[in-house]
Design a binder for this molecule. Structure first.
Ligand SMILES: C[S@@+](CC[C@H](N)C(=O)[O-])C[C@H]1O[C@@H](n2cnc3c(N)ncnc32)[C@H](O)[C@@H]1O
Length: 181
């Protein structure tokens, strides 16, 4: 898929694709796999790839869990899950992307030393994710300082959903990075 890529990075649920296109343009030596099920987002991404001549992006147009399940062990350097659907109602929590099953697959496909990034403006989903990750011994959460998880990733530009959260008054986000031990 990427015979010459120095790294492989996956973005799950890229939405409008702003972060995926920005990162792929910044790092042409890295291979990016974007996963999205929303047809409008896929179409926009295809247009962006053509318009910007991005040759280092491949698109997976089905449930990202299916992609993870097909990938070999320790074959990916980083995975981004940015502003995933929050499913706020308790009876819908089981639809959240972060689960023991997906964390197990992420732990399997991310190489030791690789990173799983999770960002959200929804505190309940951030707590949910931490509660699941602490039960997954394959991942280490070691922030440099208390509250450092409110500082965006280096080079960060707000995604469409982050901009929407800010417009709606949710000004604090969580930017977690979990290292595969
Ligand atoms: C709330 S939007 C966030 C989009 C973008 N990351 C952003 O920050 O603007 C979540 C996206 O994840 C996609 N999505 C949800 N479940 C998915 C899955 N299992 N596999 C791939 N994409 C998924 C949805 O279609 C939607 O576009």
């Amino acid at each position: 898929m990427f015979p010459d890529a120095e790294q492989i990075i996956i973005e799950i649920g890229y939405g409008g694709g702003e972060h995926l296109a920005l990162e792929a343009g910044r790092h042409p030596e890295t291979g990016y796999i974007g996963c999205e099920v929303f047809t409008g987002g896929i179409g926009k991404m295809v247009q962006t790839i053509a318009a910007e001549g991005l040759s280092n992006i491949r698109l997976f147009t089905d449930d990202a869990l299916k992609l993870l399940m097909e990938l070999p062990d320790a074959s990916v350097d980083e995975v981004y899950l940015l502003y995933p659907d929050p499913w706020p109602k308790t009876r819908h929590h089981k639809r959240r992307f972060v689960s023991p099953t997906t964390l197990g697959e992420l732990a399997r496909v991310i190489r030791p030393g690789g990173v799983f990034h999770f960002a959200s403006d929804i505190e309940d989903y951030a707590n949910w994710t931490l509660a699941h990750v602490v039960r997954a011994p394959e991942f280490r959460f070691a922030p440099e300082k208390p509250g450092g998880w409110h500082e965006p990733y280096p080079g960060w530009e707000a995604t469409r959903y982050e901009q929407k959260a800010r417009r709606e008054g949710r000004l604090i986000s969580f930017y977690f990075s979990f290292t595969r031990v």
